[in-house]
Write a protein that binds this ligand. Structure first.
Ligand SMILES: Cc1cc2nc3c(=O)[nH]c(=O)nc-3n(C[C@H](O)[C@H](O)[C@H](O)COP(=O)(O)OP(=O)(O)OC[C@H]3O[C@@H](n4cnc5c(N)ncnc54)[C@H](O)[C@@H]3O)c2cc1C
Length: 414
């Protein structure tokens, strides 16, 4: 049995009254800094205004046509550093809860069965997308809206990328993800799962079959660093979260766990293991407290769930059970024994057999275009700033627009 605490969405949404109250707090700024603060162009200034004048359907429409994954961004965006960062209302009391409003509207869209996306007139052009994370899904929605045929190749059994196999259920319920993916597939996108390009599917054959190939392969491999390489009782955070998400019912949480790292991924490991029954969770990070990369919200939750979070230590040695850390600046050492050590120290790509050249962890190329006129890329592997879902959405959207222009199919895209 999977504990309900793991499956149930932790954050409560706003009800109609609270959403309207939030919208009424908006100062209706002329230059809408909130809209400028959304990388994906979801345009909060516009949807908040529609809600404020009681046009809920119009408000939900603005979100969806600008961001095919609007319900996911509503839940996953660290809004304090994006749209809400520039909110002028903060000068009076606190920023408008833009994430809360977006979630209310996208939930309402689902309840009412509103459908705002539709495929464009058939162009006869075909695009292959490799990877079904947020970048691939957004690109698929945009390309279908232009009327191009789209086939997604995904190496896993199900679509979604990190949304499916990384982010825990208590932050992103399965049914919300399913709804978002179904809406895009219903546009006429073909999904081929268990199809790893570079292994099961030849990348050259894709180039021959399609007018363009878009790689959105993400960072699917967790890094294992010294002194943990090749040792037992160590797992990368990505592997652990993937294992839990694939089969939470048969996952047996270890009693005492050491988590190394201080970003959102480390916080997800803490939240998941706590809910699944681990007794002692200790997190040790290289960063000092003020430098932690985790979002305010995730860090705040983890502070309540971990037994201790220790900042400023570097792992020095590990014998399969006990890790010795030294402090970054002070003459101080720390030794911690655990049943399992989880490394949340970064992710990297797996690109064997793919026509992509990497430089410093991202694909070499300019604005989603590689040196090959048929090969494009987007999402985490692109060199543009930002490694969040909303950045992947932005990236997928931009890549789709560039492909449209290159293949010249869409009647307005030339
Ligand atoms: C644990 C975790 C928690 C996170 N939490 C948040 C959060 O709360 N908010 C936020 O904004 N961001 C969060 N992020 C970051 C965010 O999830 C990523 O930035 C985003 O998913 C990147 O999207 P993507 O489409 O580029 O790649 P991914 O989501 O990684 O998807 C890539 C897809 O490509 C597939 N693939 C790879 N290689 C092949 C191949 N050769 N053939 C076929 N398929 C292939 C993979 O299986 C995968 O499905 C989190 C990341 C992690 C790891």
């Amino acid at each position: 049995m999977v504990p309900m605490r793991y499956l149930e969405e932790m954050a409560r949404g706003l009800d109609a009254r609270a959403a309207l109250r939030e919208a009424s707090r908006c100062l209706l700024c002329l230059d809408a800094p909130c809209s400028k603060g959304c990388p994906a162009g979801t345009d909060p200034g516009k949807f908040i205004r529609s809600l404020r004048f009681l046009n809920e359907e119009g408000a939900a429409y603005v979100i969806r046509i600008n961001n095919a994954l609007g319900a996911l961004c509503a839940r996953l965006c660290p809004t304090e550093s994006l749209c809400q960062k520039g909110c002028l209302r903060a000068g009076l009391d606190k920023p408008v809860d833009i994430g809360g409003i977006q979630r209310y509207l996208t939930d309402l869209e689902a309840e009412n069965g509103w459908e705002f996306l539709s495929p464009g007139e058939d162009t006869g052009k075909k695009v292959a997308i490799v990877g079904s994370g947020p970048a691939g899904l957004e690109a698929a929605a945009v390309l279908r809206s232009y009327g191009h045929g789209v086939v997604i190749y995904e190496k896993e059994e199900q679509a979604g990328g990190v949304l499916r196999y990384g982010i825990p259920a208590y932050r992103l319920p399965e049914e919300v993800l399913e709804r978002e993916i179904k809406r895009i597939l219903d546009l006429g996108v073909e999904l081929r799962t268990k199809a790893e390009v570079g292994r099961d599917v030849d990348s050259d054959a894709l180039k021959k079959e399609y007018d363009a190939v878009l790689y959105c392969i993400g960072y699917t491999k967790g890094k294992v660093v010294e002194p943990f390489k090749g040792k037992e009782n160590v797992v990368s955070a990505l592997d652990l979260l993937r294992k839990i998400k694939k089969d939470p019912a048969s996952f047996k949480a270890p009693e005492n766990v050491l988590i190394v790292g201080g970003g959102d991924v480390a916080m997800d490991v803490i939240g998941s293991l706590k809910r699944l029954g681990s007794r002692r969770l200790v997190c040790v990070a290289y960063e000092e407290l003020g430098e932690f990369r985790a979002s305010q919200k995730e860090f705040g939750d983890a502070l309540k769930e971990a037994d201790s979070i220790i900042a400023g230590y570097v792992p020095e040695s590990y014998d399969g059970k006990e890790t010795v850390f030294r402090h970054r600046f002070l003459e101080s050492r720390l030794s911690i024994k655990a049943d399992l050590t989880v490394l949340a120290v970064g992710q990297t790509y797996e690109a064997e057999g793919l026509p992509l050249v990497f430089e410093k962890g991202t694909v070499k190329g300019t604005f989603h275009t590689s040196g090959d006129p048929k090969v494009f890329f987007a999402g985490d592997i692109a060199p543009e700033k930002g490694k969040l879902v909303v950045h992947a959405v932005k990236s997928g959207k931009e890549a789709a627009m560039i492909i449209d222009r290159r293949i010249g199919g869409h009647k307005n895209g030339k």
